[in-house]
Design a protein around this ligand. Structure first.
Ligand code: NDP
Length: 338
């Protein structure tokens, strides 16, 4: 399949790209600069220029940002849209989080409708952030599935960066489904909704300071920067980045995936377990690791359940375990430790 992958320089996208190339798909990926394109090209000496090429899209929040990138010869048959800001280092939630997420998503759908009639499937990286209801906390008795939507409002969205990020994913995904139902384009969509994604870094990294947001807690443990107290776990569910990549590519390949959201998760973990896994596989890092169990480091005894059956049934996903994931993640960042 001839596919456009957006945000190729990102943590998840780098794995999606690897999976696409391994499966023999032909990929154009968008990046913000030629320097980023060069790094990706270097990482894939095996790929010919007809299998891997690049389009520069500096800012997905600009109207018409994808108008040129979507034109290709041979024409695209599928699009995988991963590009979206995932960090909390913002002063203006609207401009830095909401606009790129929402305008980026509706923008690419508009460009496809206008100029790429051969595209049949668009896979969009959404998030558990678009599913979770944070105000319910551990919500014992509830089972999270694709049927749930984060009820966050536009006024809550701009209260702080954490809300801003979750709202950016919720509103972007909603606007994609709305686009399909109102515009009735020539393509269908599928969304991938993962919670915390951990896993090996295969994208270009200058230093650990540039580590992607979801791996930062692992980075903070192995550098000692999180101190001696094991930090709170947050929502407590996770998935391996290699399984997230597999989910994106399968959602592109499998006909039945069209029109569906996929809640992609292996299950629960906590930060005490994370510390134990690192200590077991990297005894040389033991002295950096936190030792005191802080509040929220472990999962609450009573907590929601998860239903991840759709991804297993339709996409054939099999999830990697936590120990393998954390071991491989630490292995991949070790060269950056001083
Ligand atoms: P990264 O920060 O590594 O990737 C984000 C990508 O989006 C980068 O390629 C970045 O480019 C690009 N991007 C961000 N803003 C813009 C913009 N305004 N214009 C152009 N490109 C932009 O994070 P992840 O790989 O983790 O995130 C990828 C996707 O997965 C996002 O949609 C995120 O919301 C989603 N996700 C991630 C989860 C996780 O735990 N990691 C969980 C659930 C969903 P550049 O690096 O050049 O800035």
């Amino acid at each position: 399949t001839r596919v456009l992958l957006t945000g190729g320089s990102g943590f998840i996208a780098a794995h999606v790209l690897e999976t696409l190339l391994k499966r023999g798909h032909s990929v154009v990926t968008t990046v913000r600069s030629q320097a980023k394109a060069d790094k990706i090209k270097e990482a894939h000496p095996e790929a010919s220029s007809s299998n891997l090429s690049f389009a520069i899209v500096e800012d997905i929040a600009q109207p018409g940002a994808f108008d040129e990138a979507i034109k290709s010869d041979p024409p695209f048959e599928a699009v995988i849209h991963t590009a979206s800001p995932f960090h909390f280092n913002v002063t203006d939630v609207q401009k830095q989080l909401l606009d790129p997420a929402i305008i980026g998503t509706t923008g690419i759908l508009k460009s496809i409708k206008k100029s790429a009639p051969t595209v049949k499937r668009v896979v969009i990286t959404s998030s558990f952030a678009a599913i979770v209801n944070p105000s319910r906390g551990a919500w014992p008795g509830h089972t999270y599935s694709e049927a749930d939507w984060n009820p966050i409002s536009t006024s809550e969205a701009v209260e702080n960066p954490a809300n801003g990020y979750r709202a950016s994913k919720t509103f972007a995904e909603r606007s994609a489904w709305d686009f399909v139902s109102s515009e009735k384009p020539n393509f269908d969509i599928a969304t991938i909704n993962p919670p915390f994604v951990f896993g090996p870094v295969v994208h270009y990294l200058n230093s650990l300071d540039a580590l992607n947001t979801s791996n930062q807690r692992i980075g903070a443990m192995v550098t000692g920067s999180c101190g001696k107290t094991i930090p709170p776990v947050g929502t407590g569910i996770w998935v391996d980045v290699r399984d997230v990549a597999e989910a994106h590519v399968k959602a592109m390949e499998v006909g039945e995936a069209g029109g569906k959201r996929f809640f992609i998760t292996e299950g629960f973990y906590d930060n005490v377990e994370m510390v134990e896994v690192i200590k077991k596989h990297f005894p040389d890092l033991a002295e950096k690791l936190p030792t005191e169990v802080g509040e929220g480091a472990e999962l609450p005894k009573e907590i929601f359940k998860i239903d991840n059956s759709r991804g297993k049934e339709i996409l054939g996903l099999k999830y990697r375990g936590f120990e393998e994931c954390i071991r491989d993640t630490v292995e991949s960042v070790k060269p950056f430790l001083k």
